[in-house]
Ligand binder design. Structure first.
Ligand SMILES: C[S@@+](CC[C@H](N)C(=O)[O-])C[C@H]1O[C@@H](n2cnc3c(N)ncnc32)[C@H](O)[C@@H]1O
Length: 256
């Protein structure tokens, strides 16, 4: 097993997500799946409200960053942890008429049903599977993305290895996830993220756990320095991180 790189001494190296009460990988996966299934009906509304619609810009900017991959004729693209599909839809819009084949994968059936309902006649495909054990042969995809889902995996290094397995040589990966902004902005943001957001999320979704788990999971997620170290150790080339909106979110990129 690849050992995690500890390059930020303020954060302990972690294996993966740890929802309350979940210990082994199977119980982490179950807890995460149940959590997202419980909030699925209100997920989109809360996403847009709680992010002041900036989420749409983050997906758009991520898709734009992969224009070259998406516009290559016949490109094969996989969006992991696709939820209700917004990252996949942004990729589809960016691909234009290139004929890119875009697949979204998630292990919450409820989230995929919503993605499917939203996709209408768009040629997107939705598959129910665990991102740590995907039902595809090696070297199938030119681009693999994951928006706000990678942080929930039970084992980050295993997640990176699975992405690498599925990428073709020179294929690219893009992991968009939350970060922790620093300075004054960081202080203000933490008040919002740790107090206001969980209160509104709990009120609107009617479920307590998930919106308390969100800030805890971001706090636990590796720092950009550590995440880049893990990507390099897994075998990615040209690993980079680009902060979005003061580092509230950011895009990790790497090439096989
Ligand atoms: C925060 S949502 C993000 C959804 C979407 N990508 C977006 O940007 O709105 C995280 C999604 O990841 C899915 N997920 C978490 N762990 C997963 C895993 N191991 N395998 C597949 N899906 C997973 C959850 O079911 C959930 O739908």
């Amino acid at each position: 097993m690849v050992q995690p790189t500890i390059s930020d001494p303020t954060k302990p190296a972690v294996l993966g997500a740890a929802p309350e009460g979940a210990g082994d990988p199977a119980s982490v996966a179950r807890a995460v799946r149940e959590m997202f299934t419980s909030i699925a009906p209100r997920y989109d509304l809360l996403n847009h409200v709680l992010s002041f619609n900036v989420d749409r810009w983050w997906w758009w900017k991520t898709a734009r960053g992969f224009s070259a991959d998406l516009r290559r004729p016949g490109a094969r693209v996989l969006d992991l942890c696709c939820g209700t599909g917004d990252m996949a839809f942004a990729l589809h819009r960016r691909a234009g008429n290139s004929g890119a084949r875009i697949l979204g994968v998630d292990f919450s059936h409820a989230m995929l049903r919503l993605a499917n309902a939203k996709s209408q006649r768009k040629p997107l495909h939705w598959i129910e599977a665990d991102a740590l054990c995907l039902p595809f042969p090696n070297q199938q995809f030119d681009l693999i993305t994951a928006a706000f889902g990678f942080r929930n995996l039970a084992n980050y290094d295993a997640g990176l290895r699975e992405i690498l397995r599925l990428l073709r040589p020179n294929g690219e990966c893009g992991i968009l996830d939350f970060g922790e902004p620093r300075g004054l902005m960081g202080k203000l943001y933490r008040i919002y993220f740790k107090r206001v957001l969980p209160a509104i999320g709990t009120l609107v979704s009617g479920v307590r756990g998930p919106y308390a788990y969100l800030p805890a999971s971001v706090e636990r997620f590796p720092s950009p320095e550590e995440m880049l170290g893990r990507m390099r150790q897994a075998g990615f080339r040209e690993a980079s991180w680009t902060p979005y909106t003061f580092g509230i979110a950011g895009l990790y990129r790497g090439k096989k």
